[in-house]
Design a protein around this ligand. Structure first.
Ligand SMILES: CC(C)(COP(=O)(O)OP(=O)(O)OC[C@H]1O[C@@H](n2cnc3c(N)ncnc32)[C@H](O)[C@@H]1OP(=O)(O)O)[C@@H](O)C(=O)NCCC(=O)NCCS
Length: 168
């Protein structure tokens, strides 16, 4: 088995990413979300994990704005994250999150938000407590935040990319 290569999504990867997402989530919702984010130009970072010439994992971060007192702070939203069902628990999801975080931090991003299983995302530093002050339709134990900068806001309204509104 060859090493996992993590690299940015390239033109021509769209179909393989779509197939991976449909397989991992058992439906079209996340694949459609990615298609819409891509066509709207709302993607901040999209990485794939490749092994043996196949795309076996994918992670995406889109632009999310924290609105407060007429000001807007740029954050990123992690969604979706997927590893191929036949290749889960091989470290692919973790490698994608960690590589993405390194790139985002290096690019100057200060705040990341995720809606997901705390038992999984806490291992990467996401905390529900850090997100508890935000106003969001997703507010609750599954909404978690990770800040790379103390200056990142702890309150404000989370304004996701329009593609999320179609999720219902
Ligand atoms: C969640 C997912 C991305 C994890 O990817 P992965 O490559 O299998 O994960 P890794 O190999 O990096 O990590 C495996 C570890 O995470 C744990 N884990 C995986 N999914 C988990 C979940 N939903 N809740 C809690 N822990 C989870 C495993 O138990 C394992 O723990 P261990 O290291 O103690 O054995 C993958 O299972 C997946 O694609 N699931 C379907 C799509 C999905 O639910 N995506 C997340 C949306 S928020």
């Amino acid at each position: 088995m060859s090493a996992v290569i993590i690299r940015p999504e390239e033109a021509g990867d769209e179909t393989a990413i779509r197939l991976l997402l449909v397989n991992a989530f058992g439906g079209e919702t996340e694949a459609k979300l990615v298609d819409e984010l891509r066509s709207a130009g709302d993607i901040v970072l999209s990485l794939v994990a490749e092994r043996d010439g196949e795309i076996r994992g994918h992670i995406l971060f889109s632009r999310l704005w924290v609105r407060s007192n007429g000001q807007s702070f740029p954050a990123v939203a992690l969604a979706p994250l997927a590893a191929h069902p036949g290749h889960q628990r091989e470290g692919i999801g973790s490698a994608l999150v960690e590589d993405a975080h390194t790139r985002l931090h290096a690019a100057g991003e200060k705040l990341s938000i995720v809606l997901g299983e705390p038992a999984y995302y806490s291992r990467f530093g996401y905390r529900a407590e850090r997100a508890a002050g935000f106003e969001s339709t997703y507010q609750g134990d599954y909404l978690q935040a990770l800040a790379w900068d103390d200056a990142a806001p702890t309150t404000g309204k989370l304004d996701y990319a329009p593609a999320f509104a179609d999720l219902g």
